[in-house]
Ligand binder design. Structure first.
Ligand SMILES: [Ca+2]
Ligand SMILES: [Ca+2]
Ligand SMILES: [Ca+2]
Ligand SMILES: [Zn+2]
Length: 472
């Protein structure tokens, strides 16, 4: 009791008075989640209430779906709906208040009639996503066109895929509509391709079914995101359309390039990854798929079959391969491909356990191809009990939320929950991928200055593997 009184005194001392225009109800959720609003379940709403006139004018650009669609319950009786923050609204101009966190963060305000009386509510969107318990992505083996798909689960799955950056074929964002269509299937198969492992992985190797493993990855703390590569001081990028990859691959590039540069002093050059939708580019590489392939430039003097003598430039390529093979990152090397026998022999001598493929077509004379495998999955996590504002720490701010909305969203018992968990915290997740924090202005500037030159060269660039057969 003494502690409780002390905490109350603490709260009284530091909690500001509620804003004059505070909403009647206050909700908190996360950027990558389907944020559930269940009005009928709240302490401040009497049983048997009716709900109507949902006004979502400040939710422009975001998606809201009601229980009519997601759980086949009339919203008029359930008062239940879900908010799906649009991850593309990730700039201040579009209302995002936290540009270092992935996706949208901010406060959305709405109103509705409860038993004919106007009530206001706010939904505060916090970073990250929920990986276990309430708010995590559900599954019952959803797949394209399956009659038994659970609409709520599908909407959760779509929201998580689009939050992670996986897109429909051609690059359109995944629509959150609870209908598991072709666009969702494409994004899902690219996502699955990141972790089903093995070489030559394509969307065709993925089953497109959200079973326990796929849902486990959608909820995992180290789930892959899909995004465009950004140059750093350790590597440049000359890829044109194929400049997208999983965060695992980008992490390997970031760290492997630092190690490779430490070994030879050479700044690496990435010439191809995957296209924006995870499909290969028919123009350049029919087989660069699902964000797990890297083409690393090699010196022009090595662009041959090899002659039995390891030149200085070939020795450097071998050192770069060793550096990437030894790099500890989210993704890891599962195979190299080369068409230069001297490079092949050198890598094999240095790291006999690393799989190698000798491309007899000659398609890999002018670069080193790296296939990337996944990390071990880290299970998703729940939100902290008592963390009412979902900022991953249970502190006085949560008490302020409780005080503001006690009787509306919270009960007296929630205070005891908060008190018992006071001081707990966990790391905030959902930052933009770490590799994007590495770029140095000098490197970006150099690349920008070099861009016209690179573009000119590209005109004469020959695709290294124009057919599926030549780039296994
Ligand atoms: Ca943001
Ligand atoms: Ca040679
Ligand atoms: Ca908190
Ligand atoms: Zn390649």
């Amino acid at each position: 009791m003494v502690q409780r009184l002390r905490l109350l005194a603490l709260a009284a001392a530091i909690v500001p008075a509620p804003a004059a225009l505070a909403a009647d109800f206050g909700f908190f959720g996360r950027s990558g989640d389907a944020i559930e609003i269940n009005l009928a379940g709240l302490p401040g709403v009497s049983p048997g209430s009716t709900f109507s006139d949902l006004n979502l004018s400040s939710f422009t650009g975001h998606t809201v779906l009601t229980s009519d669609l997601l759980t086949a319950q009339p919203f008029a009786n359930s008062g239940r709906f879900w908010v799906f923050p649009n991850p593309a609204r990730n700039t201040a101009a579009l209302g995002d208040v936290n540009t270092t966190a992935r996706g949208f963060q901010g406060v959305l305000n709405g109103s509705l009639l409860v038993n004919g009386v106007s009530q206001t509510f706010s939904v505060t969107v916090q970073p990250g996503y929920t990986g276990a318990g309430a708010g995590s992505v559900g599954q019952s083996s959803e797949s394209q066109g399956r009659a038994a798909n659970n609409p709520l689960f599908v909407a959760q799955q779509q929201q998580r895929l689009r939050y992670f950056g996986f897109v429909s074929e051609g690059g359109a964002p995944v629509a959150v509509d609870a209908d598991f269509g072709a666009g969702t299937a494409t994004a899902l198969k690219t996502f699955q391709g990141a972790f089903i492992g093995g070489i030559n992985t394509t969307q065709a190797n993925a089953d497109g079914i959200i079973g326990p493993t796929t849902a486990g990855w959608l909820n995992a703390q180290n789930a892959p995101t899909f995004q465009k590569i950004v140059p750093t001081s350790a590597y440049t990028v000359s890829a044109v359309s194929e400049s997208y990859a999983t965060s695992w691959t980008l992490d390997l590039i970031a760290k492997g390039s630092i190690n490779a540069k430490a070994a030879t002093g050479i700044t690496q050059r990435i010439t191809a990854l995957s296209t924006v939708d995870g499909y290969g580019s028919s123009q350049w590489h029919s087989t660069h798929l699902v964000g797990t392939d890297i083409d690393l430039a090699t010196a022009a003097s090595t662009h041959n079959w090899g002659n039995g003598v390891t030149s200085t430039d070939e020795a450097n390529v071998i050192k770069h391969a060793v550096a990437f093979a030894d790099t500890v990152a989210s993704g890891h090397v599962i195979r190299f491909i080369t068409s230069n026998q001297d490079i092949y022999d050198g890598i094999h001598a240095a790291r006999p356990s690393v799989p190698l493929y000798y491309d007899t077509s000659g398609g890999h004379q002018d670069h080193l191809h790296i296939d990337v495998g996944p990390p071990t999955r880290v299970a998703g996590r729940t939100n902290l009990i008592g963390d009412f504002n979902l900022d991953d720490v249970v502190n006085a701010q949560d008490l302020a939320v409780w005080e503001q909305y006690v009787g509306a969203n919270f009960t007296g018992g929630d205070f005891l929950t908060w008190q018992r968990n006071f001081g707990r915290s966990q790391p905030v997740i959902g930052a933009e991928v770490a590799v994007q924090s590495i770029p140095e202005p000098s490197a970006a500037l150099l690349l920008a200055l070099a861009a016209p030159l690179l573009a000119t060269r590209r005109l004469g660039f020959q695709p290294d593997s124009p057919s599926a057969a030549s780039s296994p």
